[in-house]
Design a protein around this ligand. Structure first.
Ligand code: GLU
Length: 291
């Protein structure tokens, strides 16, 4: 029998807060109940915002909370070659293209189109979709711009990817926190447009690294916050085009601040380190988040 594998996958770009504590402890509880494995993965591909100090803080806070995990911990920044290989494959299969428009060019393009009376589509986070301009650039022009060192990002050609997969996409979502029942969710990657899958200098993006790692690490249960529910559509499409196994998902409720808003990594008052310094115990933290 294969063991169920859970993972907690924080990014060391800030301090952990009560929302992270909830996610980590829920993964721990579910892994234990299932007699499964719990992995910790450090998602540090953003080398400008992630720091060793924040990473050390994550280990400190999680140990203090009483979380245990399997060693070695996978640190994404140490595996760029894995992501590069997958990116090369997507490039060869013409499912990604270099997108050259800067943020201000995108803004101007969309403003111009909206002036002409067309409402520009937005993704589930409210960000305007990337205009399909670069998708039709001739290969020679792409090569010329890259050779001239023009900034670009690799974007997934969602229509081509959907056509390649050729089937309706869905994922299995657990319906409750005990993971006792599931339902099927239709994946709608088109809602996100041509998402970024890699940068010029970093051969991956969040979406690509997550699906590659979940597969490499045999993750079978992805338990994470509700804020990533819609992003699952993109990740499901990437799994399908890459032929990767599909985990089942549970997107848990978010812990909100006293103002009813989602906690952020810069709002230090709900940070675990700050709570600890103020004299809170791990049990106090558990109580605060309803464990
Ligand atoms: N690294 C992501 C975050 O900190 C979580 C990724 C995931 O759980 O899929 O928000």
């Amino acid at each position: 029998m294969t063991l169920l594998t859970f993972r907690f996958a924080p990014s060391p770009n800030g301090e952990l807060h009560l929302g992270h504590a909830y996610s980590a402890l829920l993964n721990q509880k579910l892994a234990k109940a299932a007699g499964g494995r719990l992995l910790l993965r450090i998602e540090d591909i953003d080398t400008t915002r992630c720091t060793p100090e924040f990473e050390a803080g994550i280990f400190r806070d999680l140990k203090w909370l009483g979380l245990g995990w399997e060693e070695p911990v996978r640190r994404q920044s140490e595996h760029f070659a894995d992501y590069q290989a997958v990116l090369d494959r997507l490039t060869r299969e013409e499912l990604v293209y270099p997108a050259f428009m800067s943020r201000s060019e995108i803004r101007a393009f969309i403003a111009d189109s909206e002036r002409r009376g067309r409402d520009w589509p937005r993704d589930p986070d409210g960000v305007p979709l990337y205009p399909a301009v670069d998708k039709v650039l001739p290969t020679r022009e792409r090569k010329r711009r890259i050779a001239e060192n023009a900034p670009f990002a690799w974007r997934l050609d969602v229509d081509a990817s959907m056509a390649r997969v050729g089937a309706e996409l869905s994922w299995v979502e657990f319906s409750d926190e005990r993971l006792s029942a599931t339902h099927t969710v239709e994946a709608r990657p088109q809602d996100w447009g041509d998402v970024i899958v890699a940068r010029r200098d970093i051969p991956t993006s969040y979406h690509l690294a997550v699906v590659v790692d979940d597969a490499l690490q045999d993750v079978s249960r992805v338990v994470r916050g509700q804020d990533l529910y819609s992003a699952t559509s993109v990740q499901r499409l990437l799994q399908a085009v890459l032929g990767l196994p599909q985990p089942s998902y549970f997107h848990h409720r978010l812990i909100l601040g006293p103002d009813g808003r989602k906690l952020s990594k810069s709002a230090m008052d709900n940070g675990l380190a700050a709570l600890r310094k103020a004299g809170a115990s791990p049990d106090d933290v558990r109580r605060l988040i309803g464990f």
